[in-house]
Ligand binder design. Structure first.
Ligand code: AHR
Length: 329
């Protein structure tokens, strides 16, 4: 009897330590309701809570899991790759049915993805890509075309300055170093503006997708560059932090310095409607429902497309005024 109780206690403790090991800064498990396929358990490793976009994405995933009747084991990696790897290993040990994650950076995933493959647990990439050559390591990648987002930002700038003869001095606030959106938004933007030598990126640095870092880096840009014409920020949050820095330096955001950002979260859209941002390229965080549909198919062994690209638009100041009151996030 004692032996049985001890064995049960040991099993319980083991289960608890596995869950704790995978947490990397906050691991929760939620079931659901919703009717639907309650036999599926998904392990989801989120990047963190660095931006308004990320908060909206987390809510979308959690709500969609609930509506689909999928049990969600959720962990927040606090922007650290090692936490995501720990979480994925924990999900493998827990024998979840499917693992989904948004990789904080593009490189360094092959070993852990191979472990998931060996355990026969399908993996779905959501929001961000990995640079693994072996694409059999994951079933599908759901998310935005970040290169195209960068191109859209560049096209607006080229149009805005089409009759300017003088050089256009641009500063760039990059997203998290090594992340797919930082790499791709830079590349897409450069591809478009690179065709005309008058566009000059005079400073470019990471602001890690956060408001605080965006402000800090913009303050440094302003100190060392008296003649900034344009700020290109890889997300709204860094742009909003930069606006504080620009105002602190006695300049008028949107006029003295034109600002282009990516995301279109509510705070960004408010600043666009207020004339402090000039143009926003949308990146939709509402990936949850599509993710749950893909997860159900993948678990059943059905074919899914290798790439599912999110539909997105762009916003001018006038368009922001029109849609602001109905913006969901
Ligand atoms: O991967 C999507 C990006 O990550 C969003 O543009 C940014 O706000 C977030 O942190």
């Amino acid at each position: 009897m004692f032996k049985r109780i001890s064995a049960l206690m040991l099993a319980g403790l083991t289960a608890m330590s596995v869950a704790a090991c995978g947490s990397g800064g906050g691991d929760t498990s939620a079931n659901t309701g919703g009717g639907g396929d309650s036999t599926i358990t998904m392990g989801f490793s989120q990047v963190g809570a660095e931006s308004g976009w990320r908060t909206a994405n987390t809510k979308s995933v959690q709500d969609a899991a609930k509506n689909a009747g999928i049990t969600l084991k959720f962990s927040d990696a606090q922007q650290k790759q090692e936490n995501q790897i720990k979480a994925i290993r924990s999900y493998i040990q827990q024998k979840v049915d499917v693992i989904a994650f948004s990789p904080v950076v593009e490189s360094g995933w092959d070993t852990v993805l191979k472990e998931a493959q060996n355990a026969k647990i399908p993996v779905i990439l959501t929001d961000r890509a990995v640079d693994s050559k072996d694409t059999s390591l994951y079933k599908t990648f759901l998310g935005s075309d970040f290169v195209e987002e960068g191109r859209k930002a560049g096209k607006w700038l080229v149009e805005e300055y089409k009759s300017a003869a003088d050089p256009v001095n641009i500063v760039e606030l990059q997203g998290t170093t090594g992340s797919a959106p930082a790499n791709d938004r830079k590349a897409g933007f450069q591809e478009i503006i690179g065709a005309d030598p008058k566009f000059k990126i005079i400073a470019s640095q990471t602001g890690d997708f956060t408001r605080a870092k965006g402000k800090e880096v913009m303050e440094a840009f302003l100190k060392s560059n008296p003649d900034i014409d344009v700020l290109y920020a890889h997300n709204d949050d860094m742009g909003l932090g930069a606006i504080e820095a620009i105002e602190g330096a006695g300049k008028v955001p949107g006029k003295d310095i034109k600002i282009i950002t990516v995301d279109a979260v509510k705070d960004g859209m408010q600043a666009l409607a207020d004339g402090k941002i000039n143009y926003i390229v949308e990146c939709s965080p509402l990936l949850g429902p599509q993710l749950m549909d893909l997860a159900k198919k993948v678990v059943k062994g059905e074919q899914v497309p290798a790439r599912v690209v999110t539909e997105e638009t762009v916003f001018t100041q006038e368009q922001a005024k029109q849609v602001l009151s109905t913006r969901q996030y």
